[in-house]
Design a protein around this ligand. Structure first.
Ligand SMILES: Cc1cc2nc3c(=O)[nH]c(=O)nc-3n(C[C@H](O)[C@H](O)[C@H](O)COP(=O)(O)OP(=O)(O)OC[C@H]3O[C@@H](n4cnc5c(N)ncnc54)[C@H](O)[C@@H]3O)c2cc1C
Length: 420
C-alpha cells in the first residue's frame, strides 16, 4: 500500500494558521460562499499545505474537537452547529494545476475551483467534468458525485478520478486509488466528505476543445408547454446531450439582457457533443413556444462553466435537490405552481389541458422530501431547475439509474446577521 506516514506532531516551520473567535480575522475566515450559513466554529484553520492539514487534525484530536473540511462553503448551509468544531479551510491550491496532455490527466490541489482547472486544461484543447458553476470547489463537487454538462455521455465526474491524496483521521497522509485503499476510494467517490480530508486529486480529462451549447429563454406563460415538450424529448434524447430546464426571474442588472430583466422566464440550456442533437431539441421547443432569445451553436469548452450563469461571488441562497425516476404531468404542474407561489408569477396549466398522471399515483414530489421552488426576495433572482442527466457509471456510491435530478436554489436578501 502506497502510504506515506507523517507524524501528526511533526514540527511545523510556521505556526498552525489558526483563527480563533476573538481574532479580528475570525469573521472573514468563517465566511462561507453561501451567506445564509452563519458558521461559528470553535476555531478556523486556513491550511495552505498538507502539513497544516495533518497538524490541524492533531490539534482537533488533542482538544476533542470535530473537524469540518470546507473549500468554498457552497454547501455550508447543510452543516450542523459548528460549536465544538474546527473548521478546516483547504487553500492548498497555488495557481498551478499540473496537466499531462498526453495521458489526459490533471493533478489538482484542494482549494481549486473549477474555473482554475478549466483555465489550465483549455489551452491544451481539453475539457473537464466540471458542473454549472466555475466557483464551486473541485473536491467538494467530486465527493458528492458531480453532475456535469458532459454527464450523460461520460457519467459522474467522480468516476473520472484516478487517485485521491488524503489525510486520514489519524493524521496519516495517503494516496489512494483502485488498488491502494480501495474501500476508501469507493467511499469517497460520491460518499461525501466524512471519510478523510482530501488534499489533492488526480482526474482524467476529456478531448473537447469545442462543443455545441446554448440556452433558449421562453416566456413563463408557456412554462407548462415547454416543460412538457422538454420532458417528452428527454425520453429518447441521445446520451451525447445534457440539458437543464429552469424557471428564472433574473434581476434587473445591466449584465442581464434587457428582455430577461425582472420578468419570469423559462430556460432550457445544455451542451452536446453532436450538433444534430441541439437541432432536434430546438425544433421540439420552438414548436410549442417562440423563444424570447437564445439558441445553440458551437462554443469553446472553456465557455461551458459560465453557460448556466450561476452566481460566482458569495450570495445568500437556499436549495434542495432530489432524483426523480419519472416526471408526470401532475409533477410538472406542481413544479410550476410552486415556482408561481414563490414569486415568479408563472401561470398554472390551463384547466382544460389537464390530463391524468401517467402512473395513476401521487406525483413523485409527494413521495420526496419537498418540492422545489423556494421563496425569493422581490429584488433577488429566483431559480428552480430540472436537470436531465443520466449518471452512467454504476460502481460508486453516487451512481444511479436513469433519472431526472432536480435542484433549485434562490438567492435571497441577506439578513443583517448573515452579512458578516
Ligand atoms: C451555484 C451552485 C451550482 C452547483 N452546480 C452543481 C452542478 O452543476 N453539479 C453538481 O454535481 N453539483 C453542483 N452544485 C453542488 C456542489 O457540487 C456541492 O455543493 C459541493 O459540495 C460544493 O463543493 P465546495 O467545495 O464548493 O463546497 P464546500 O461547502 O466547501 O464543501 C462541501 C462539502 O464537501 C466536503 N469537502 C470539501 N472540500 C473537502 C476536502 N478537501 N476534503 C474533504 N471534504 C471536503 C465537505 O464535506 C463539505 O461540507 C452546485 C452548488 C451551487 C451552490
Amino acid at each position: 500500500m502506497s502510504t506515506t506516514a507523517i507524524p501528526t506532531q511533526a514540527p511545523l516551520a510556521q505556526p498552525l494558521p489558526l483563527v480563533l473567535p476573538h481574532s479580528p480575522h475570525y469573521d472573514t475566515a468563517r465566511r462561507a460562499w453561501n451567506l445564509v450559513a452563519d458558521q461559528r466554529p470553535a476555531a478556523v484553520c486556513v491550511a495552505t499545505c498538507v502539513e497544516h492539514v495533518q497538524a490541524a487534525v492533531g490539534y482537533a484530536r488533542a482538544r476533542r474537537l470535530r473537524v469540518a473540511a470546507q473549500t468554498t462553503g457552497h454547501l455550508a448551509q447543510t452543516l450542523p452547529d459548528l460549536a465544538g468544531t474546527l473548521l478546516l479551510r483547504l487553500e492548498l491550491h497555488d495557481a498551478h494545476v499540473a496537466v499531462d496532455p498526453v495521458a489526459r490527466t490533471a493533478r489538482i490541489k484542494a482549494g481549486a475551483r473549477w474555473a482554475d482547472v478549466v483555465e489550465a486544461v483549455a489551452p491544451r484543447g481539453l475539457a473537464v467534468m466540471h458542473g454549472s458553476s466555475p466557483s464551486v470547489g473541485v473536491i467538494g463537487y467530486l465527493l458528492g458525485g458531480g453532475l456535469s454538462f458532459y454527464g450523460r455521455a461520460h457519467g459522474l465526474a467522480v468516476n473520472h478520478v484516478r487517485a485521491f491524496e488524503v489525510v486520514t483521521a489519524e493524521g496519516t497522509r495517503r494516496r489512494i486509488d483502485h488498488r491502494n485503499g480501495a474501500d476508501l476510494f469507493y467511499a469517497l467517490r460520491g460518499g461525501g466528505g466524512n471519510f478523510a480530508i482530501v488534499t489533492a486529486v488526480e482526474i482524467g480529462l476529456l478531448p473537447y476543445a469545442e462543443v455545441t451549447g446554448g440556452a433558449l429563454f421562453f416566456p413563463a406563460k408557456d412554462a407548462f408547454a415547454v416543460l412538457r415538450a422538454w420532458r417528452d424529448w428527454t425520453r429518447t434524447a441521445p446520451d451525447t446531450i445534457t440539458t437543464t430546464f429552469r424557471m428564472l426571474r433574473l434581476p434587473p442588472l445591466p449584465e442581464v439582457p434587457e428582455p430577461l430583466r425582472a420578468v419570469p422566464t423559462v430556460c432550457v440550456d445544455g451542451v452536446t457533443l453532436a450538433p444534430a442533437d441541439a437541432v432536434g431539441l430546438e425544433r421540439r421547443l420552438r414548436y410549442v413556444s417562440a423563444p424570447i432569445l437564445g439558441g445553440f451553436g458551437p462554443m469553446p469548452s472553456s465557455a461551458v462553466p459560465r453557460l448556466h450563469g450561476d452566481p460566482e461571488d458569495p450570495v445568500p441562497a437556499i436549495g434542495d435537490a432530489m432524483l426523480l425516476e419519472t416526471l408526470d404531468d401532475q409533477a410538472i404542474e406542481m413544479f410550476i405552481t410552486s415556482c408561481s407561489a414563490s414569486g415568479s408569477r408563472v401561470p398554472r396549466r390551463p384547466r382544460e389541458r389537464s390530463t391524468p398522471t401517467s402512473t395513476g399515483t401521487s406525483a413523485p414530489w409527494r413521495r420526496g422530501r419537498r418540492a422545489p421552488g423556494l421563496p425569493a426576495s422581490p429584488s433577488g433572482a429566483a431559480h428552480s431547475r430540472l436537470v436531465c442527466r443520466r449518471p452512467r457509471c454504476t460502481d460508486s456510491p453516487g451512481s444511479g439509474r436513469r433519472s431526472i435530478p432536480t435542484g433549485s436554489w434562490s438567492p435571497r436578501t441577506p439578513s443583517p446577521e448573515s452579512q458578516h
